[in-house]
Write a protein that binds this ligand. Sequence first.
Ligand code: ZN
Length: 355
Amino acid sequence: MFNDDSLKFLHRLLDTPGPSGFESAPAKVWREQASQFAKVRADVAGNSIADVNTNGAPTIMLAGHIDEIGVIVTYIDDEGYAYIAPIGGWDPQVLVAQRIRFIGRGGDVFGLVGKKPIHQIKHEDREKASKITDLWVDIGANSKKEAEERLSIGDAGVIDSHTMEFPNGRLVSRSIDDRIGAFVVLEALRRYSEKPGAAHVVAVATTQEEIAWGGGGALIGASRVNPQMAIVVDVTFATDHPQMEKKEIGEAKLGGGPVLTRGSIISPVVFNLLRAAAEANEIPYTLQAAGRETSTDADAIHIAREGIATAVVGVPNRYMHSPNEMVSLDDLDRAAMLVAETCRAVDSTTDFTAR
Ligand SMILES: [Zn+2]
């Protein structure tokens, strides 16, 4: 189970802004927590790496990406309005009228996303969706010069929102994708460190997933860690709210336990280890199929070095890529337990070859 410190850490981690390529603040929070029970390092891509049972074998990499989607300043006009481009996959409708928290050189800079009032929008245009290029950010400046004293082209930002707990053990935050993956792998490592098995286990808070799941931080991290096996923890679409198509994406509900992916890039060996650990420890789970890439760090990790036996553990998440993503704390707890127990089941006799 979680301890109080774990949950305090989770809130701090979620509320620290860190869009892809700008993850250093949440990475610092993660490494500080990891250093309580693991050997910690960082690399050139911004990945944070925490080792337990360093002399054990084989080596297992647990990957959760610590970045989140955000925006970047592209231009500031003469009136001091800033224009932005997306970092990662936005629905521009979600950005309209939000407050933005930029990571400025001198600290936080707050702005709001402006749009013409409905009264001023022509009738024929009212049904049309906003494009990100139709929007601007007002930081309360009087001029370009004044704006540039606080904000620069290339500064990144996130929606300014705070983590909340909802009834039934639910957690709401803008950065659940995939700060909770970075949290779960560290929580799994902490539990593993209390009762280690034979394996050397390395948790990695990877960077840049939202802009390049085929490479970026995960590939660099896997090359450095050189594991024989990897488990990626990422969010997956919960299908227990209106308008989700179960026939296409399968069944995943909040509180239903972790979602195990079977599919073309998934190692059947690691999948079987996960399923066996879930069954042995009575952890509920559901299955998800991926006939091609998974759109997670697994796509990069499984082809790193000479090939790494990789599987994905999903956490059902509602309202992906919005300021109010929602997961169940029970699912985080069970995902951490499942990953820790799976690591304990691996030893030097485990054969990762696909036969
Ligand atoms: Zn995402």
